[in-house]
Design a protein around this ligand. Structure first.
Ligand SMILES: [Mn+2]
Length: 348
């Protein structure tokens, strides 16, 4: 267990940790809010940025691009260009390396930690029962800045986006009662679409999450940003249709589906085959997402710990992009030659 949410009330601990973080930040400088580009990460960013600005703080969202992680030098340069006084990392993983050394840092995350971030205040929901998503932890966190009831729909989008709808959080029930279950679900589906497209431009979704006062602003929106989300859904649907025609190859307990698409549809393909090959470890591998690399998603319906499985089969040359996430939903990215030795090790 890493971080501060595991002793006592996680809601109070999230707010207390955030207050301590903000006390370290020079208020004349912006807080850089770095986030993942899925519905949970973008909603977490929208919650943090809006609550910080409403409290009179400067805050700027910085969203990772396609294949980018905060631990890449390119991303650190984007952060430093803001001359931030503090850094929030939302829904980006919990790793044992600093993104910006010597920068006050708040980690908000729910993926399985691969270590303890040095000198950061870490709000990790991993292992809590039920497990909160990053947007919900972000909403708890900004409780440090006053009442945030009007931002609760954003936490709802994060929960729906990461399939925590059935986890039993009272916050989601409250959000559904106020803004509508269907509207939250439909808005989540739209916000989640662009990250799977070839361009993976999170801009339109983030602008809508920052500007709207509820999910219907997204589902009923008519501007270019809402239009971009609808176009993204069409692009992704067509890419899924193409990839689902590929037949799996099975070697012992692993089923491999290999295809080429610029879209991040490998998690969707793995999820679909998981339901049909219930005793297999399903690996959907996409060699068109990034030239020279294979991006893959692993799923299993058998309850096997896939993080453990990938750790056992870790090829030489794999880096921090390999084998992160959740026990039942993981994957990674490997350069082509490393991928070849990985699947050779699995018997392919
Ligand atoms: Mn998440």
């Amino acid at each position: 267990m890493v971080g501060e949410l595991h002793a006592g009330d996680p809601r109070a601990a999230a707010a207390a940790g955030t207050a301590r973080f903000l006390a370290q930040v020079d208020p004349a400088r912006p807080v850089a809010v770095a986030a993942h580009f899925d519905a949970d990460g973008l909603s977490a960013a929208a919650i943090l940025v809006q609550a910080l600005r409403a409290a009179g703080r400067l805050a700027e969202p910085v969203i990772v691009g396609k294949t980018e992680t905060p631990w890449d030098g390119t991303f650190a340069a984007r952060l430093l260009a803001l001359a931030p006084g503090g850094l929030v990392l939302a829904d980006l993983g919990t790793r044992p390396a600093a993104v910006l050394p010597d920068m006050p840092t708040l980690v908000i995350d729910h993926h399985r930690p691969t270590g303890t971030p040095p000198a950061a205040i870490t709000l990790s929901g991993h292992g809590l029962e039920p497990e909160p998503t990053s947007a919900l932890i972000a909403w708890w966190a900004v409780g440090a800045l006053g009442d945030q009831a009007d931002l609760l729909w954003l936490a709802g989008i994060g929960l729906v986006g990461d399939m925590a709808e059935g986890a039993g959080f009272a916050e989601l029930a409250d959000a559904q009662a106020r803004w509508g279950k269907t509207a939250l679900r439909d808005a989540t589906s739209l916000v989640n679409a662009p990250r799977r497209t070839a361009a993976a431009d999170a801009g339109p979704a983030l602008r809508l999450l920052l500007a709207c006062d509820g999910p219907k602003g997204i589902t009923k929106g008519e501007g270019p940003d809402a239009e971009a989300l609808r176009a993204a859904k069409v692009e992704v649907r067509e890419a899924v249709e193409a990839a689902r025609r590929v037949a799996p190859r099975v070697v012992s307990d692993v089923a491999l589906i290999r295809f080429t698409s610029p879209c991040q549809v490998h998690p969707l393909i793995a999820q679909q085959w998981r339901g049909r090959l219930r005793d297999k470890i399903v690996i959907a591998a996409n060699d068109g997402y990034r030239p020279g690399w294979v991006h893959f998603a692993a799923r299993s319906a058998s309850g096997l710990d896939l993080l453990g499985f990938l750790a056992k089969h870790r090829p030489a040359g794999a880096d921090g992009r390999y084998g992160n996430g959740h026990a039942q939903a993981t994957g990674g990215a490997l350069p082509l030659p490393v991928w070849d030795s990985f699947i050779a090790g699995l018997g392919f």
